[in-house]
Design a protein around this ligand. Structure first.
Ligand SMILES: C[S@@+](CC[C@H](N)C(=O)[O-])C[C@H]1O[C@@H](n2cnc3c(N)ncnc32)[C@H](O)[C@@H]1O
Length: 301
């Protein structure tokens, strides 16, 4: 443990890790996380590691922001938008920590999932070229994905219904998407309580189910599926247990997820009553963020 603490302190003194240090730092976090699992005082050991990081654990860095959780929970809208926008501190002594953060597979997977959503929207538009489309975006966060789709596609005949439990997320997304305001409706609601008389061509949720128990997961997908139109699809994301950034996230960011494999997602969909023909598992390019697709019609998007 002491040697890893010294290593981290050396990196702090040199102004943060440069790319040549990334592997060694990854391995250090992995070794410490392994050590802590068998330790009698895991919290104290994790704190030792965070103390060694000093200012690199302040809200000036993304890892510090992640640990401090200004909105009271992991993965808030600002954190996710920092990831999307690859935000890097202006401070010379801290910026390398942000570069290290963005090089992790988990933030890469988050950026890839924005593209995954945009790809699904593009396919949906190709399937129904001429008509107005309704998309339900559950746990919509910063809505960077929606903004980028609308900006890139110029699609004026699609409406996004965005549900989020955090009013700060909604205020932030309204501001982010101020130029697309007429194509968006916001609902300040817990996803588990969301009900609507409307029916949707696509229901999308990323970054939410990873925090839910299996019971909540099943309840939510059954409820959301009822909101689909004919020939529509429900797509929900969940991180894979082999997430290579897991130790870093847990040790430094105190960021815990309910990980699920392809098999787990199929199993959960079967428990929710779906037939195998209506279930498909997709993934972004890193294979870290999986997507459970549940279709209503004959073909998947
Ligand atoms: C990790 S962010 C994901 C944002 C967005 N889906 C994305 O991928 O960019 C999670 C969002 O879920 C929201 N959230 C958490 N629990 C929720 C719940 N029970 N119902 C609705 N929104 C929730 C949070 O407020 C936050 O904005």
């Amino acid at each position: 443990m002491e040697s890893y603490v010294s290593f981290v302190k050396e990196l702090v003194d040199q102004g943060g890790p440069v790319s040549g240090d990334f592997n060694a730092l990854d391995n250090a976090f992995r070794s410490v996380a392994g050590f802590i699992k068998n330790s009698t005082s895991p919290a104290a050991h994790a704190q030792m590691m965070r103390d060694a990081l000093g200012e690199a654990m302040s809200p000036e860095t993304i890892q510090g922001y992640g640990f401090l959780k200004p909105y009271g929970y992991s993965g808030d809208f600002q954190m996710i938008d920092k990831i999307y926008q690859q935000q890097v501190s202006d401070r010379a002594d801290l910026k390398n920590w942000d570069l290290f953060f963005h090089a992790q597979k988990a933030p890469i997977a988050v950026r890839n999932r924005k593209q995954y959503f945009i790809d699904m929207l593009t396919r949906l538009r190709r399937r129904f070229e001429d008509r107005e489309l309704q998309v339900l975006n559950v746990a919509s966060g910063p809505c960077r994905d929606v903004k980028e789709y609308l900006h890139q596609s110029g699609d004026s005949r699609i409406h996004f219904h965005c549900v989020d439990a955090d009013p700060h997320a909604i205020a932030y997304a309204r501001e982010t998407c101020r130029h697309q305001r007429h194509q968006m409706t916001f609902y300040h609601k817990n996803a588990l309580r969301f009900r609507s008389a409307d029916r949707f061509d696509l229901v999308w949720s990323a970054g939410l189910l990873d925090y839910f128990t299996d019971r909540q997961f099943i309840f939510l997908i059954k409820n959301l599926y009822r909101h689909l139109r004919d020939d529509a699809e429900l797509i929900v994301g969940n991180f894979h247990p082999d997430n290579p950034s897991r130790d870093y996230m847990e040790l430094i960011g105190d960021w815990h997820l309910n990980y699920r494999s392809e098999h787990d997602l199929i199993d959960i969909a079967r428990q929710a009553g779906f037939g195998l023909n209506d279930i498909r598992i997709g993934a972004e390019r890193e294979n870290v963020n999986l997507f459970l697709h549940l279709k209503q019609g004959p073909t998947f998007l």
